[in-house]
Write a protein of this length. Structure first.
Length: 243
């Protein structure tokens, strides 16, 4: 598995959902009545492989399990069944503001995020200037990030994640919240990484973006894998699904 960076073997994810109880149902439950949890299959039997330097686009309607899958790859959540193998350092951009502490300033969050990504303080001191420059948030670094807009969050999160070339970059839709000029800047950076051999997994509703930046495609429908393989075929099947 020397050239394989990410391998998903028969991955499933089951969420246990708490049913909303009425008061009549609540009392017996309190005294040891039946549990009213239902199981929900967010992902069922997912299998794919991403080789080093490849870019995989994950497609599917809302709720099809795309973010859950990225979280499993990032190690934020575990599969209920099956196995995930990830070789290399992962830079995850999977949830807006995840890893950000609202009360801390932009500067403090940059350092906090850097340490989550595995950078030492000294390395961060060196990277800090470039991160802030890339984010174009120089004047906002001493403000608590709770005052940031979603676009500003995204700028800062992306800037930290791409401060150094990651082995594996995970991008979940967040590019959509930026303005188009900043989005293009992020995409240029992503292209640079691809040219230097980084592996990427991208979730986007934009067929154009996936087509332009991904070589392979994975199509999900209600947590099930509809297709994995060539990007052209994946996009065409995705468009069939939408019509
Ligand atoms: N922590 C959770 N607990 C329960 N259900 C969840 C949780 N996270 C996601 N889900 C459910 O799993 C399904 C897939 O969600 P998600 O992976 O976010 O889909 P997508 O990113 O494709 O829109 C959805 O039905 C969602 O409601
Ligand atoms: Mg999602």
């Amino acid at each position: 598995m020397t050239t394989t960076t990410i391998k998903a073997e028969n991955i499933s994810k089951v969420y246990s959902l708490q049913k909303q109880k009425t008061f009549k149902e609540f009392l017996p439950a309190l005294f040891g009545g039946k549990e009213t949890r239902t199981k929900f299959n967010a992902l069922s039997h997912i299998n794919f492989e991403v080789k080093k330097g490849e870019s995989l686009g994950i497609m599917g309607k809302n709720g099809s399990g795309k973010s859950t899958l990225l979280k499993i790859i990032a190690g934020v959540t575990k599969p209920s069944d099956g196995r995930i193998t990830v070789l290399g350092q992962v830079a995850p951009l999977i949830e807006l503001g995840a890893g950000f502490h609202p009360e801390l300033t932009g500067r403090e969050n940059v350092y906090l995020n850097g340490s989550i990504l595995g950078f030492k303080r000294k390395e961060m001191d060196k990277l800090y200037k470039n991160i802030v420059e890339f984010s174009e948030l120089v004047d906002f670094m001493d403000q608590p990030v709770k005052f940031y807009s979603s676009g500003m969050y995204m700028r800062l999160a992306f800037s930290v994640a791409v401060a150094e070339i990651p082995d594996i970059l995970l991008v979940d839709e967040i590019l959509a919240v930026g303005d188009s000029k900043f989005q293009q800047k992020c995409l240029d950076r992503i292209r640079e990484f691809q040219n230097q051999g980084s592996t990427m997994i991208m979730v986007s509703h934009s067929v154009e973006m996936i087509g332009q930046y991904c070589t392979r495609g994975l199509l999900l429908k209600s947590g099930k894998q509809i297709y994995f393989g060539d990007i052209t075929e994946a996009l065409s099947k995705y468009q069939d699904l939408l019509t």
